[in-house]
Design a protein around this ligand. Structure first.
Ligand SMILES: [Fe+2]
Length: 378
């Protein structure tokens, strides 16, 4: 009986997490997302005592509410004993995307580099003190992507992909300076910043001095995310333009890269509707799309996007061994939590991002990525 009780509670947790992720993936106002956190937290805590008190009469359908509770318990058992193991098996056994080539990374503990913790003045500056928290570290990742439509002249073209800085006082400016200087040393051809730059009006002024340290050979592009929409998005866009970034919004630009045309598309839906209009966009050139949420992947497939860069979900921030991510704000749950996904004709790269409004990360380090584009191996 105890095992069935534990299985029901685990299944309830699985269902609540799935519900939370789905609702949190919707374009809701800030207060409503806070309400979703709170409501799901309360429901998670309320179920075990409710079930415990009703265990003896669980399948007594004559009792008031007994039938509904019993049906829900069966759903919980299904979630815990069938759906969760299937989901984990699919994730563990997922083959490496064919387009993903060599991957190398270096983990740097910025605390050692700076000589002290960059706690700063953020409201949540005590959270990084939690044991095993990886929020101060950065994984500098280099991923080679073999793209079928890559022009021969672009062999070895590099894109610095940064996402979700969440400038909120913690980590402090020195931490971001160290990360940006290391990224600048990569000397990428292009820079793509995929939203959630500042968390709070006070930190919008950090955007230019932090991102202004980056350097690239050709052009830098940026879009905004849901956290930017909560504060002063126009101010963020102005700061980005001031440092020479192309602020795409929901539009596209064509530029010449090594003598070949490149179309770069900004996709800020659903927080900044409507989606970009590509009716006048030339069909032939390679299409690179910056979309804050990976949930726009189906749109990108329909739009013939070759490479889509996203963030938003932070890799879940807290990951468990084998199980992986838990809280992932996406309509697709944790399907596109981080990494490379081959969704032909689109290749999707989802960054774990650099920050978060809560500076807490377990088995999910902040990430700065250098993408190296190459022709297919075959
Ligand atoms: Fe974010």
């Amino acid at each position: 009986m105890l095992l069935l009780f534990i299985a029901a509670c685990l299944g309830h947790l699985v269902l609540m997490v799935a519900s939370h992720n789905w609702f949190y993936g919707l374009p809701l106002p800030h207060w409503m997302t806070d309400a979703i956190h709170l409501l799901h937290g309360l429901l998670v805590l309320a179920f075990p005592p409710l079930l415990w008190w009703n265990l003896s009469s669980l399948f007594d359908f004559g009792t008031f509410g007994g039938g509904a509770l019993s049906a829900y318990v069966i759903l919980c058992w299904t979630a815990a004993l069938v759906l969760l193991p299937i989901n984990i098996a699919f994730r563990v056994l997922r083959p490496k995307p064919r387009a993903l080539g060599k991957v190398q990374s270096e983990i740097v503990n910025i605390v050692k580099q700076l000589g002290g913790p960059p706690a700063g003045v953020g409201k949540k500056r005590l959270e990084p003190l939690l044991p095993w928290n990886e929020a101060w570290q950065v994984e500098y990742v280099e991923r080679t992507l073999h793209m079928p439509r890559l022009p021969a002249a672009w062999e070895g073209l590099t894109i610095l992909h940064l996402s979700d800085l969440h400038l909120c006082g913690t980590p402090d400016r020195a931490w971001f300076r160290a990360v940006m200087d290391r990224c600048a040393a990569w000397e990428p051809d292009l820079i793509a910043v995929t939203g959630d730059l500042a968390d709070g009006l006070d930190y919008i002024r950090w955007v230019a001095p932090v991102l202004g340290r980056l350097r690239c050979k050709t052009a830098a592009f940026a879009i905004l995310g849901n956290h930017d929409e909560w504060y002063a998005p126009d101010k963020v866009r102005r700061r980005l333009r001031r440092i020479g970034m192309h602020v795409l919004g929901n539009s596209w630009e064509q530029l010449d890269v090594r003598g070949e045309p490149l179309v770069v598309i900004g996709q800020e839906s659903p927080w900044f509707p409507p989606a970009p209009d590509l009716s006048a966009c030339p069909a032939g050139p390679f299409r690179l799309c910056l979309s804050h949420t990976p949930d726009n992947i189906r749109w990108a497939q329909r739009a013939g996007v070759d490479l889509m860069l996203s963030g938003h979900v932070h890799g879940g921030q807290i990951r468990l061994p084998v199980i992986g991510s838990i809280l992932v704000p996406s309509r697709y749950g944790r399907r596109y939590d981080c990494g490379v996904f081959d969704e032909a004709p689109t290749l999707l790269h989802v960054s774990r991002g650099l920050g978060g409004d809560h500076p807490v990360r377990f088995l999910c380090r902040p990430e700065a990525t250098r993408l190296i584009l190459r022709r297919p191996l075959d």
